[in-house]
Write a protein that binds this ligand. Sequence first.
Ligand code: ZN
Ligand code: ZN
Length: 338
Amino acid sequence: MRAAVLEEFGASLALREVADAVAGPGEVLIAPRACGLCGTDLKICGGLIPGLELPRIPGHEVAGEVVADAEEFSAGERVAVYPLESCGRCPPCRRGDTEVCERAVRIGFERDGGLAELLAVKAENLLPFGPSLEFEQAAVTMDAILSSYRALRIRAGVGPGDRVLIVGAGGLGLHGVQAACAVGARVAVVDPLESHRERALELGAELALAPDEVEAGALAPFAGEEGGVDVALEVSGSPEGFRTAAGALAPGGLVVVSGYRPGTDYGVDSMRLALDQLRIEGNRGGNLEHARAALAAVERGEIVPLIDHVAPFEAVDEVLDELRAGNVLGRVAIRLDA
Ligand SMILES: [Zn+2]
Ligand SMILES: [Zn+2]
């Protein structure tokens, strides 16, 4: 089969013939049709994720077709791939937080991923979807949408009339805008880029501010009588972004931290934390059931995956260069059958 292989950290991917993937016990062989690429792939290719062994086929945002009848799946069935195979035995796994399992094996990380003509996946990790979705939409849902959907709809339990502030209106933030608006929440965003702010307004945010406008008090009318928002989602990964998110909360409010940069310290005023009973929660993707729920929300049209463009398999290295240059809004997907 043809695959994009990482043979050396820091080198480009080599498109070459490798041995066909083979389904092991309990696994199903699929033909990936689309594979999303994101900043995490840059970290993988650059050797910034500890413990990865080479050669490796990257690609953790995958959707495709089942190759032949296997387990409960039939040939030709359209499936998205939940990329995490957790151990099922450690304390986080036993309480359902499989996304933080330290022994998890991830497709496109510790085992070969979707930038290949064939991929073997555990049957329970396959999520079927209908013909209303394109393969690339289902593929990017497994990462770019799952994280914001889980943070806002499940962790924060956002509902009608809740005031939600999203700090950072890139891919994660803009999917978050849609996830919150779909349940009748009121949404404001903060982002330094005008193009991001405009996109947020088109997708249903009622207010889009630059960071200096927030400093000048422009969020106050949105915050209303309680003097703050119910929920803030921080996806910028910066200390300023966190201060904006935590500073905007009403008493008892929740800030969900989904963006990060390794080693970055977020100072927080302990008096506000204690006296206003603020809550801070981290969010790392989601488990298999969260992925199933996110895919269902996308199928219902509540969240439209933001795909910058679709590129053929041969262009995989150019796409990684575009991501490195940072001039992509939303995801880029590789179509493996293009
Ligand atoms: Zn990703
Ligand atoms: Zn585990």
